[in-house]
Design a protein around this ligand. Structure first.
Ligand SMILES: Cc1cc2nc3c(=O)[nH]c(=O)nc-3n(C[C@H](O)[C@H](O)[C@H](O)COP(=O)(O)OP(=O)(O)OC[C@H]3O[C@@H](n4cnc5c(N)ncnc54)[C@H](O)[C@@H]3O)c2cc1C
Length: 472
């Protein structure tokens, strides 16, 4: 994965904008670059593009969308940015948070209106840390659906996507200007394409155990539920080109991955008033802190598993979520009319689970925080039918990466942009700060779509005026 001297590059074809990766970020970037008037080529290592985008629940948070306005939701980018900063304990760049929040509403409107991506607002519960309903998702709340919609949009724009093309080496000038990309084909052959600008949309390093051990040892041995082809290539190239990396310890974990099915059990089951227990039938943490930090808490429990306990009322808003319905169809969601019956169905000690529920209900009634700091007040008591699902904790994707500005230009440590390199999504530094606790639900697809769009627009511009990076 070296950076080679530009003079050594041999290529027959030069494309103004080359994008590495065909997930939400790469496809959004390609659509924006195409609209910006540039010819664009996407290189994707898989035979059929999926990425972590397809594995996700496809929720894109955005503030000030037309959809929100139609439903009377009084959200603003400033409020959204404040939520992002609060979750990250103010340890992310406030200017980036505000810029991304400001661009989020227009990006979602653009995807819906210009590219026919069908999104609806997720109602019925708030994700932890969001002060307004602002999750926009495909009808079945499925990343597969989102990826398919973006691929269809790229198809309508006649954007070329070369699959089975793993970008391996970049050719660059001494000043960091990327001139060409060499990629490997499945048969081992190699091809090189010249470029006017390069967009790195190849996500983070969740699929690279060595980088995980180096940057995030606490989660390196947990299951990785993201796309295995995301091996940190963007960071490795960027570092050699002189780019700044930041927040490499930040990540999105999830503390409720149905076991052994691997599906995301939406946190709405918890934020609506459910809770988690371990094999002893006992709670072990403040689940309301957020699903990302809960991954490590679950992995620390015996057998690295836990059970999410909820009820029919909490289930109602998530019926229709593809991930949930799949587990339900496979018998992974247990239900019973009594808490003892549920314990039996889940294989948990009956008396202990009944005691835990009684403690939770006492806290809920009193409004007093429990020993973990969780306040249950404001949510209704659990009532029959009681429900439960066995889960584990997993790493979803890494949030540290290349430092970019609001135009998705990759920056050097001093803040000077590289000449023609852009990044978004998991390849770029996210908005989640340096650790597990800073991830606000949806931060992943937020920066994939918003920075992807910015990267495509900027790359199209840079490919036309190579000596002057755009001031958008
Ligand atoms: C189970 C799960 C649920 C999630 N749910 C949500 C959610 O609801 N909302 C949310 O905001 N986020 C969610 N996320 C996170 C979200 O999926 C990611 O943040 C987002 O998909 C990142 O998009 P991306 O385009 O950067 O990366 P990806 O979608 O992973 O795309 C990267 C692409 O780059 C390709 N690639 C990598 N290296 C190379 C190379 N060298 N050459 C060529 N191609 C390469 C990969 O094959 C891949 O197709 C979830 C993640 C998981 C795992």
């Amino acid at each position: 994965m070296p950076i080679l001297p530009a003079a050594e590059a041999v290529f027959d074809v030069e494309i103004p904008v080359v994008v590495v990766g065909a997930g939400a970020c790469g496809l959004t970037a390609a659509l924006a670059a195409h609209e910006g008037g540039a010819e664009v080529l996407v290189l994707e290592r898989d035979a059929a593009p999926t990425g972590s985008t397809s594995l996700s629940t496809g929720m894109i948070p955005a503030a000030g969308t037309k959809l929100q306005a139609r439903l009377g939701i009084d959200d603003t980018p400033e409020r959204f940015a404040a939520d992002i900063l609060a979750k990250a304990k103010q340890q992310t760049d406030p200017a980036m948070a505000l810029a991304v929040a400001r661009a989020s509403g227009p990006a979602v409107d653009w995807l819906m209106e210009r590219h026919d991506v069908v999104l609806t607002l997720v109602e019925g519960f708030l994700y932890p840390g969001h002060s307004r309903l602002r999750m926009h998702a495909t009808p079945h709340r499925s990343g597969r659906e989102l990826e398919a919609a973006l691929l269809a949009a790229a198809g309508r724009s006649a954007i070329d996507i070369v699959t089975g093309a793993t970008a391996e080496d970049l050719f660059a000038d001494a000043d960091g200007r990327v001139r060409a990309v060499r990629f490997a084909r499945p048969d081992g052959s190699r091809e090189t394409v010249g470029c006017g600008a390069l967009v790195l949309a190849c996500n983070g390093f969740g699929g690279n155990k060595e980088m995980l051990r180096r940057y995030i040892p606490e989660i390196a041995d947990a299951d990785y539920a993201g796309h295995v082809g995301n091996t940190g290539d963007a960071m490795r190239w960027g570092e050699v080109l002189g780019a700044a990396l930041a927040d490499m310890g930040g990540y999105q974990g999830h503390g409720a991955v149905a076991h052994p099915y691997g599906n995301t059990m939406t946190w709405g089951l918890i934020s609506g008033g459910g809770f988690q227990v371990n094999v002893a039938g006992e709670r072990f943490s403040n689940e309301a802190s957020g699903y990302s930090e809960q991954a490590v808490e679950v992995v620390r429990q015996p057998g690295r598993v836990a059970w999410t306990i909820f009820d029919g009322a909490r289930e109602a808003p998530v019926l229709g979520f593809t991930d949930y319905e799949e587990v339900k169809a496979l018998g992974g969601i247990k239900r019973a009319d009594t808490i003892e019956g549920l314990a039996l169905a889940l294989g948990l000690p009956e008396a202990a689970l009944a005691r835990t529920l009684a403690e939770v209900e006492a806290r809920r009634a009193s409004g007093v925080a429990d020993g973990f700091g969780r306040v249950f007040a404001g949510t209704a008591p659990l009532a029959p039918p009681y429900c439960g699902v066995k889960v584990t904790g997993a790493l979803y994707h890494t949030q540290g990466g290349l430092v970019v500005d609001p135009e998705a230009r990759v920056l050097r440590p001093g803040g000077v942009p590289l000449p023609n390199l852009f990044a978004g999504g998991g390849a770029a530094r996210g908005l989640s700060g340096p650790s597990r606790w800073g991830y606000l639900s949806g931060n992943g697809l937020l920066t994939a779509t918003v920075l992807g769009r910015a990267a495509g627009t900027s790359a199209a511009h840079a490919s036309r005026t190579p000596s002057k990076p755009p001031q958008l």
